[in-house]
Design a protein around this ligand. Structure first.
Ligand SMILES: Nc1nc2[nH]c(SCCc3ccc(S(N)(=O)=O)cc3)nc2c(=O)[nH]1
Length: 286
């Protein structure tokens, strides 16, 4: 928890958000279980992202993109633990986050040396709040409407910003009441998780509303479909310019952690943005 707070304090002082690189440890290799191949590939990708300046690496073994099917926690552990153990050794300076909804995975990840739990279901899963309490780790509480398999079919809100903020306030209260200390809670509006394009844009326009809850804000816009919906799709796979634009907007609105696929590109964009925005801070003094 201390290392994360040191980084968050630096982010506060420099006015520059932390960068969380995304590494998926999924079985997309064709050779049967293919674990070896996937482990090596994930380790190499994490090393490249750390070398490019990522402060945190977010490791996930379950795709939670729309339509994805759930993965058993045994399968998650089987894929994630070797990577966590290797990266604890190879990247001692980089914080390791684990993207999971499963209590069993949270426990195993903590034992293996993870520093942060990133839960898209905000610790609503069976036994997950208790598991995180016992691990002593900080946790990202993210909003999702519905489940990944069906969340994009008919997202529905009367006031998306108020409802997402109130949901997160409720989850914060539940975690605090169970004994989770303030300094182990981060929040995230869950861009793309049960939201239309307009819902995502409303949340991003009103990102400051989440700062009023008083917890560090994590935002994940990288390569998400709302970008393709509002912008020309130069290279549909990466949506890189749009992802960078949305990331800088989130930084401007006070996000403390940006969750991204493209670390070198995001770092360069933040270098340029910071040079101007810091200047802006100086200018305000005159
Ligand atoms: N805290 C946190 N964790 C995350 N894990 C993921 S995985 C992304 C799954 C996905 C892919 C694509 C779309 S879409 N339909 O908008 O293109 C939605 C969800 N994302 C996030 C995020 O943001 N925060």
């Amino acid at each position: 928890v201390e290392r994360l707070h040191t980084l968050l304090r630096d982010a506060e002082q420099t006015g520059r958000p932390l960068v969380m690189g995304i590494v998926n440890v999924t079985d997309d290799s064709f050779s049967g279980d293919g674990l070896k191949g996937d482990t090596a590939a994930a380790i190499a990708q994490a090393k490249a992202q750390a070398a490019a300046g990522a402060d945190i690496i977010d490791l996930g073994a379950e795709s939670t993109r729309p339509g994805a099917a759930p993965v058993s926690f045994q399968q998650e552990i089987h894929r994630l633990v070797p990577v966590i153990e290797a990266l604890r050794h190879d990247l001692p300076q980089t914080l390791l986050s684990v993207d999971t909804r499963n209590a069993g995975t949270m426990r195993a990840a903590a034992v293996a040396g993870a520093h942060l739990i990133n839960d898209i279901s905000a610790l609503e899963g069976e036994g997950s709040l208790d598991a995180v309490l016992r691990t002593g780790l900080p946790v990202v509480l993210m909003h999702m409407q519905g489940q990944p398999g069906s969340m994009q079919q008919a997202p529905q809100y009367a006031d998306v910003t108020a409802e997402v903020r109130d949901y997160l306030a409720g989850r914060i209260a539940a975690c605090r009441a169970a004994g989770l200390p303030r300094d182990r809670i981060l929040i995230d509006p869950g861009i793309g998780f049960g939201k239309t394009v307009d819902h995502n844009l409303a949340l991003l326009q009103r990102l400051q509303a989440f700062r009023l809850l008083g917890y560090p804000l994590l935002v994940g816009v990288s390569r998400k479909s709302f970008i393709g919906a509002i912008a020309r799709e130069a290279d549909a796979q990466r949506r890189l310019p749009g992802s960078i634009a949305a990331a800088l907007w989130a930084a401007q609105q006070g996000a403390k952690i940006l969750r991204v696929h493209d670390v070198p590109e995001t770092m360069q964009a933040l270098d340029v943005w910071q040079a101007m925005s810091r200047g802006g801070l100086e200018a305000e003094k005159f």
